[in-house]
Design a protein around this ligand. Structure first.
Ligand SMILES: NC(=O)c1ccc[n+]([C@@H]2O[C@H](COP(=O)([O-])OP(=O)(O)OC[C@H]3O[C@@H](n4cnc5c(N)ncnc54)[C@H](O)[C@@H]3O)[C@@H](O)[C@H]2O)c1
Length: 459
């Protein structure tokens, strides 16, 4: 599925947002569906040039994304939203986060830009529905624990907001599919937060693999070691819910559970009810790169099996503690995911004529060494180019073109994570039909494709 160049609008009334969409639509059709339309065609100060953003979730990554959008001159952050007013207790002990510090960041940013030095225009909310109800907001960020991504994204799509949703796109495969359908139905733009796609060297590594520089690809290898913030918490007692932390709204669609600070802020990723351990945390980035390089980003593996994963027997956290599984694509390319090896890599690719390692931050490494300098010819495969994930999203909000990581691709990358977790949980070989999005040999595995949200929440 490809939304490239498609003009997406199915609203009849003329809101500020639809005006913006229509202006963009004219520009796109005039230019014949380009990947990126230069901002100059809108005019620097044109009303259609500004994208009003609401930031939902202002914790560890929420504030990073907020700052990423503040750095873009054509963005106006009008609202921040979090169930936590403010506290320490996130990934690092000195991180002080929540809606109040986020609101301060926004107001100080715009104060510095104003002649008077006074700006108080950013509103703060604890209920995301109030952000979605605002007609003057064009786009929202969804930077919440994974168990909230689907509900908030679907409600946002229903109100016509464009969405920057963090990785992993979903908590379950059924949720991901529902998100794809909602984005399509309401004609909104969604960028998945797997921002490494916008790193030049990662794109180039994927291009080298796609263009056969390592020969016929045999396998992709991903290393997911233990997470540094997952300290063992053995016997634990429920804690008092902090004042000005809306715990019921934090739990939302997840089953009720007694409060503990390490259940919530940042460490939610180590719980099955809210996330999927390292498989979905770092794995969501790694598998996104693998799928891009293998050209499987609209499908997925057909076979998945556990290769020695470990799960906690006691303590607070219950998501997989040692990730280890093997998958295979229809063309027999293997995906090996284990806990040991070079953990600074997005992935390593091995082929009949060499291998290539794609580190997160540094230069590509290959055998033969000359491979990394190989020039990709004009008639070869060139992948989507984006230099900045936020910028790419904003450009697509204006042009209605397909962003670099649209919902379907985000869904398929998250699917690899979920398939791995299901196979590791059941500890048996599973056969997957990527078209039907069902297992063909295991009813119990099929029951793990979805979860019932806690009332009153629904997809
Ligand atoms: N792209 C990346 O590199 C990257 C990096 C880190 C995290 N993430 C993703 O970002 C998401 C958030 O992770 P994090 O590390 O920021 O977690 P976090 O716990 O630090 O932040 C989540 C915030 O959401 C708030 N929240 C929870 N429910 C809410 C609700 N219903 N309404 C409003 N606010 C609510 C929490 O109070 C918290 O402040 C996760 O999906 C994670 O995978 C992406």
């Amino acid at each position: 599925m490809d939304y490239m160049g498609k003009i997406l609008t199915n609203k009849s009334h003329l809101t500020r947002r639809n005006f913006l969409k229509r202006t963009a639509a004219t520009a796109v059709s005039a230019l014949g569906a380009p990947y990126i339309v230069p901002a100059s065609i809108f005019g620097a100060n044109a009303p259609s040039n500004r994208v009003n953003v609401g930031c939902i979730g202002t914790g560890n990554q929420g504030v990073q994304d907020l700052k990423g959008f503040l750095n873009q001159d054509d963005v106006q952050v009008l609202a921040v939203c979090d169930v936590n007013r403010a506290s320490y207790g996130y990934a690092h002990s000195n991180q002080y986060l929540g809606w109040e510090p986020a609101q301060k960041i926004v107001n100080e940013h715009y104060s510095r830009k104003k002649r008077s030095g006074q700006y108080k225009g950013c509103d703060a909310y604890t209920d995301f529905r109030e952000v979605l109800a605002r007609n003057d907001i064009d786009a929202v960020t969804v930077v919440l624990p994974d168990h909230w991504h689907a509900v908030v994204t679907i409600r946002a799509a229903e109100t016509g907001k464009d969405i920057y949703c963090e990785k992993p796109l979903s908590l379950t495969i059924a949720e991901g599919r529902a998100m794809v359908e909602a984005v399509k139905q309401y004609g909104v733009i969604l960028q998945t937060g797997t921002h490494h796609r916008s790193d030049e060297h990662i794109r180039r590594g994927c291009e080298l693999v796609r263009n056969g520089r390592i020969g016929e690809v045999k396998r992709a290898i991903v290393v997911l070691g233990p997470h540094g913030k997952r300290e063992y918490i053995g016997k634990w007692q429920p804690q008092l819910i902090p004042k000005e932390f809306d715990y019921d709204m934090w739990l939302g669609p997840a089953p009720w559970a007694p409060y503990h600070s390490d259940r919530c802020l940042y460490r939610f990723r180590f719980f099955h009810d809210y996330a999927g351990g390292e498989t979905t945390n770092t794995g969501a980035h790694c598998f996104d790169v693998v799928q891009w390089a293998l050209n499987t980003e609209h499908t997925g593996p057909v076979e998945i099996e556990d290769t020695g994963s470990e799960w906690p027997k006691d303590g607070l956290y219950d998501a997989v503690s040692k990730v280890s599984f093997r998958a295979e694509y229809a063309n027999n390319v293997e995906l090996i995911c284990g806990p040991t090896g070079k953990s600074n890599l997005a992935a390593r690719f091995e082929g009949t004529e060499g291998w290539l390692e794609i580190p997160w931050w540094n230069r590509l490494i290959s055998q033969p060494q000359s491979l990394v300098d190989s020039v990709i010819g004009t008639n070869e495969i060139h992948l989507y180019r984006s230099k900045n994930h936020y910028r790419n999203f904003l450009d697509c909000v204006k042009t209605r073109c397909r962003p670099i990581t649209p919902v379907e691709i985000g869904h398929r990358s998250a699917t690899v994570c979920h398939l791995g977790n299901i196979a590791m949980r059941l500890k048996r070989k599973l056969h997957w039909n990527p078209e039907a999005e069902r297992f063909t040999n295991d009813d119990q595995a099929n029951r793990l494709l979805s979860r019932s949200p806690r009332a009153p929440w629904h997809l």
